[in-house]
Design a protein around this ligand. Sequence first.
Ligand code: ATP
Ligand code: MG
Length: 679
Amino acid sequence: MKRFILKKETQKPSEYLIKYSDLLNSQQLKAVMHDSGPALVIAGAGTGKTRTLIYRVARLIESGTDPSSVLLLTFTRRAAREMLDRASSVLDERCNRVKGGTFHFYCSQLLRRYHKEIDFPAGFSIIDSADARDVIQMLRAELKLNRSDKRFPQKSTLLNMISGSVNRQIELSDLVEQDYNQFRDHTEEIGRLKKAYEEYKRKHHLMDFDDLLIRTQELLNTDERVRAEVQLQHKHVMVDEYQDTNALQSALVKLFTPYTQNVMVVGDDAQSIYAFRGADHKNIMQFPELLTGTEIITLEENYRSTANILRVANSVLDQARNKYEKKLFTKREDGELPALVKTEDTREQSRFVSQMIMNLREQEVPLHDVAVLFRNARDSFDLEIELNKKKLPFIKYGGQKFADAAHIKDVLAHLRVIENPADALSWTRILMLIDGIGPKTASDFMEWLSGNTNPYELASSGLVNESYKSGLYSLSQLLIDLKNGSFTPYEAVGHIKEYYSPICEKKFDDYPKRVKDLEALHALVVDYRDYKHLLEELALDPIEATAIDVEGTSEDEKPLVLSTIHSAKGLEWKHVFLIQCLDGVIPSSFSLNDEDSLEEELRLMYVAVTRACDMLYICYPMLQHGGFGDVMTKPSRFIEHAGQDLLEPWLLTEEEQPINNENLLPEAGAPIKQLNSGK
Ligand code: ATP
Ligand code: MG
């Protein structure tokens, strides 16, 4: 046999369109030019990890790599889209053809493509955790497990157990033993429930989020042909925010790895904040063991924040039990000292934040360069009222998801039964919206439906009863139209909305608000080509509740961002307010007795602080008004330990009130901010 050796054709830097060396520091450049084999970019916040991946995408495409052979996995689909848009803007449109998305999204695509191999219909439905809890509740009753004398775990605990065992890849019985010892006597029943849950999903063509990952793993582990095909399709795999992956996701990374071993993961172990979803911050440190020969690249220079903000970030990291090796440094100027703003109560905190934001706007800082961050979605409720009063438009990330709201689920369930006629959960949901149909009748219908080739002809079921006849006919007509009408998702949602509005009005007291949501949903689906894509996107990357329900947004003013710290991951703003910075909030009161949880809260604090570019305002109220009267609070231990010299205390005084009490004054030179009375 004759041998022909293919030469490596590396491009010279001068041949690139983009002048990478002018735009990146030497370590970043090394990562961008990295050609083959596994690589781990591990670095602190704001050191350009995401930017490096963006330029690496551009560089690979520029070097002639087929965009569809590049896989970019990110934490949200929004992040993937933004990164590819950025890459397209620095190079060209080809970058948008890169495969980008979350692990769940990519796995769902693979499973639909290889549905025969996993013996599942291509049109399976994806259920979210609320749906999964409902199924578990129903099965628990069916198996009569709730009748036991001893306390049996609740549906959400059961789901956490099942999901935890899948994500952490440990036996359910071991997990119960380790983490839920109080339910040890029920291990056998919990196991039975898990089995029934698996069977139910199979029968009704459903997959929950965990299934998407676990099924893909099984498929690639067992089917060599599929594995080879998938691996051949990938020339390069890249993962951002790798510190928040779990054991299953790392196993998938390994399975996706092309024969060239071209995998680059980037992340910051000090920013791992998703342990409650099974993420393991040690994963990132163990990446070199996952793929041998990993090149480790570290980035040290922070480009995001002023030196003074970084000092606070470093002092937070210094408090970690688990010492992180990095210290952030910047060539940026010191900037203003971050503010420590003590307010009387939450009201005053809201007044301060909103007035300060108005001041910034007057100083030409656009609203979208400002963010308010908090530990829990509820921490911003008071501020939201204040912002509405002042007509300051905002968008909120985190908290309840739009697609989780009952009325949105109701509407989507109609589309789901069209896509997957075996989706019993959605059938039950839409049948029970009809007056006169309760759980018993719905379950009679379910029996009739199963195995029926024409399930939308509900009127021919022989189950028609006067009390719900007209409602049933209307539903049947709607479904037949949706099935046969070849509507776009926009048209379909329009029809469902018309059918559903009177039901919604009867069902919910706050109907007017919900109608606005339905309109928002209608507007949102305009770009979708088919029902399947729409349902898939909404299930996997739910739009955040208030993200589309922005009060008073004008066309030309982008809104202020309100976000939970979790949802602010990877993002940055010029001015960041961190509110409710209290002990018991951050760190959360649930974490106080557990060192690992406390450590995770500390990392969360580090994520919050490192979102700010120019100015950071840490705020806490001294009093909390509660059901049992006023409670004195304590500032977060993380700022107490940060040391006062890193933060400048601000004193708030009411307008027109002379400052005559020396004791109230902060140290000499501290700024005194006047609040406008009442407004
Ligand atoms: P995080 O840990 O928060 O995800 P990151 O490490 O991904 O942060 P990036 O978001 O990529 O950091 O970068 C932070 C900021 O620094 C961005 O505004 C980015 O454009 C800027 N930046 C990064 N590297 C450079 C560079 N070499 N020159 C100029 N700006 C840079
Ligand atoms: Mg990033």
